[in-house]
Design a protein around this ligand. Sequence first.
Ligand SMILES: [Cu+2]
Length: 269
Amino acid sequence: MGLALLFVIWLITLASSWFFFAKTWWMPAGASAAAAGIDRQFAITYALMGIVFIAAQLALGLFVWKYRDKERMQSHYSHGDTGLELIWTVLTAVLFIGLNLAGAKAWSEQRFAPASPDAIKVEVTGVQFAWYFRYPGPDGKFARVDPANIDASAGNEAALGLDTTDPAAKDDIVTGTMVIPVDREVEIELRAQDVIHSFYLPSMRFKQDAVPGLIIPMHFRPTQVGEYEFACAELCGLGHYKMHGVLKVVSQAEYDKWLQEREAEKAAQ
Ligand SMILES: [Cu+2]
């Protein structure tokens, strides 16, 4: 029985690790300026944690077999080994604090370093169960939103509760599709209207919770034209599965044209 358990434990360990070695379970190819650095950090974390995981599970299998039930075996009580406990506590602390320090730069650059002055501003709002994208228009200013104006069934501007008496509201564009130009930084202001959502763009290596009552600024720079999936990564209710869509990264000219068309549509209303 001990030997059978050893093989089962080793088999589960090696089979599940194989998917990570083979990269069957991995993110789509990175398409943002920060992707390479974040992937490097991921790879280091996976390699270190993989070594610890495999070593621990192999040892577990061995011990299950070594200390299997034998005739006239007596159990005995132990107070533990202070030296060993110190070693593994310190090693674990060094590993976790070290990984945090190594990843701090990649993490904080998207959040705490200011976006470049020519960044495109997009306000992203998570609502049960849709994402809305707001562009400030030529004035570069987002108008006020007021919860009293919210009409979720009307969608877009009304779903955000845009205050149309604010002069800055005239050129605010609200859409359900996110279009941005390639090689320009995008400064996102992340909001949530009701519960916690999470804006996740795997190809951009961008992921951040959207929290009601907070405006969270973050930025990234797409480096390749294309269509990339985004999704809500925080279980937010029955319609959570609907909160996904496509980010379109296009040329600057295409972006300008798209934005002008939206402005013209709005003016015609
Ligand atoms: Cu959500």
